[in-house]
Write a protein that binds this ligand. Structure first.
Ligand code: PSV
Ligand code: MN
Length: 424
């Protein structure tokens, strides 16, 4: 479904006065508004192809209705999100959940919606119908070389799909690990995994990157072979300059200082990509910013500080993606909320007075440092985010127009109530 341009204009017109008042107020308080607006407009967050339907847990799945039935419909849904927020101009594909059968058609559909292909994701954590060997005891770590080869070949196939679509990176998340002590020789599991990653790395085109995503636990509960940022960093360092660590916010043990991890990875030129979500317990797949918005802000503080220290382009030098599952909310509304939360944290971090913070740090003035951070965090930056969206012809209030235009009702009518999107 597409929302006509004039509908978005009408919607914006109805909210314009109120918006302008708020925007003028915040503009009078900050110095480099235009620069901030430009950065906000440039910042795009990729939508994963598996996040457009209802997720679920192993206990059940409750369909929202009108879920996309194929890749074309997924791209259409992302096109709709992008038309509303002008910040979702990329899709991250998971193979084999979303194999592009007709590449040129998929490419032109994406181009029509202003969407590019972000990182490709491989999948060696599930067995697929007709697959020769099982990944029950791991993929790249497996004691059986034939299983390792199958996993390597799959990743190389994923790169090929990515090349045909114009993607430039591969994200490898391995569920490899063990559930019980003694099940695995840790060193051999690491070495097998490294050897496999080296073969995949060798198949990367010159201008590609590989992201090694870590996760503390689940589905394995005793050990994970890429279990934390240290292990991911080790693989990435041994692989070479095209290999990076990918940080998924939900993949840490409770209370991990993710902002510090981000800072050090950036310093070492090994931070490659990001998966946004939020959690209370583990990999809960909740909407980013819904539980710990201050943590998200602190992470963005380090991202901006670290990227600026290295003269990096915020929008293009790292891979930004949402990775969440939607059990109780409409996935499209949830994704709009996710993008909004990310933009808000990004905008707040751009407001931090770096000079003053640096001075406070040099003077060991702890209270002043906290004041500086919290002043930025407590600033209502939503008018800045809205203004950036308005200038890009997006909607002032994406969720309001989504509801007013009865998008979900329309999708249910078109696609049916019982559709199920591929993914977890
Ligand atoms: C694993 O939990 C993960 O974060 C990886 O990024 C997968 O590709 C994705 O979730 C699957 O939903
Ligand atoms: Mn992830």
């Amino acid at each position: 479904m597409q929302i006509e341009k004039n509908k978005i204009e009408e919607h914006n017109q109805s909210l314009l006065k109120d918006h302008q008042r708020k925007f003028e107020f915040i503009s009078s308080q900050i110095s480099d508004v235009e620069n901030i607006l430009k950065k906000l407009s440039d910042f795009q967050i990729a939508i994963p192809s598996w996040a457009l339907g209802s997720g679920g847990t192993r206990f059940g799945r409750f369909s929202i209705g009108g879920e996309p039935r194929n890749l074309e419909e997924k791209i259409e849904d992302i096109g709709l999100l992008h038309a509303l927020n002008k910040s979702s101009g990329a899709i991250s594909l998971h193979i084999p959940w979303d194999i592009p059968e007709n590449v040129s058609h998929i490419k032109s559909l994406a181009a029509h919606h202003g969407i590019r292909f972000d990182a490709m994701n491989s999948n060696t954590f599930q067995d697929q119908p007709g697959q020769k060997y099982s990944y029950k005891f791991g993929s790249l770590q497996n004691v059986n070389p034939a299983i390792r080869k199958q996993a390597i070949d799959h990743n190389i196939d994923v790169i090929k799909y990515g090349v045909s679509l114009g993607s430039k990176s591969l994200t490898v998340w391995l569920s490899d690990g063990s559930c019980f002590p003694g099940q695995l020789n840790f060193r051999k599991a690491f070495q097998n995994t490294l050897e496999g990653l080296k073969e995949i790395y060798a198949a990367l085109p010159a201008d590609w990157k590989i992201f090694v995503e870590y996760k503390a636990y689940e589905p394995n509960f005793y050990s994970t072979t890429v279990g934390d940022w240290g292990q991911s960093f080790l693989y990435a360092s041994k692989l070479g300059e095209k290999a990076f660590t990918l940080v998924d916010l939900g993949h840490h043990l409770p209370n991990a200082n993710i902002e510090q991890i981000v800072s050090l990875l950036l310093m070492e030129k090994k931070l490659g990509g990001f998966h946004f979500n939020d959690s209370k317990y583990g990999d809960d797949d909740l909407t980013v910013g819904s539980i710990k918005p201050y943590q998200l802000f602190l992470i963005f503080n380090e991202l901006v500080e670290g990227m600026d220290a290295r003269g990096m382009n915020h929008a293009t030098d790292l891979g930004w993606m949402i990775d969440a599952s939607h059990n109780v909310k409409d996935p499209l509304e949830d994704l709009l909320q996710s993008v909004e939360a990310i933009k808000i944290s990004y905008a707040q971090s751009l407001l931090i007075d770096r000079k003053k913070l640096n001075e406070a740090q040099n003077n060991n003035d702890v209270a002043a440092a906290q004041e500086i951070l919290q002043n930025a965090f407590r600033t209502d930056v939503r008018p800045l985010v809205r203004e950036a969206r308005l200038r890009s012809n997006g909607a002032l209030d994406p969720i309001a127009i989504y509801r007013n235009e009865k998008v979900r009702e329309y999708l249910i009518e078109q696609r049916g109530i019982k559709t199920i999107a591929t993914g977890l």
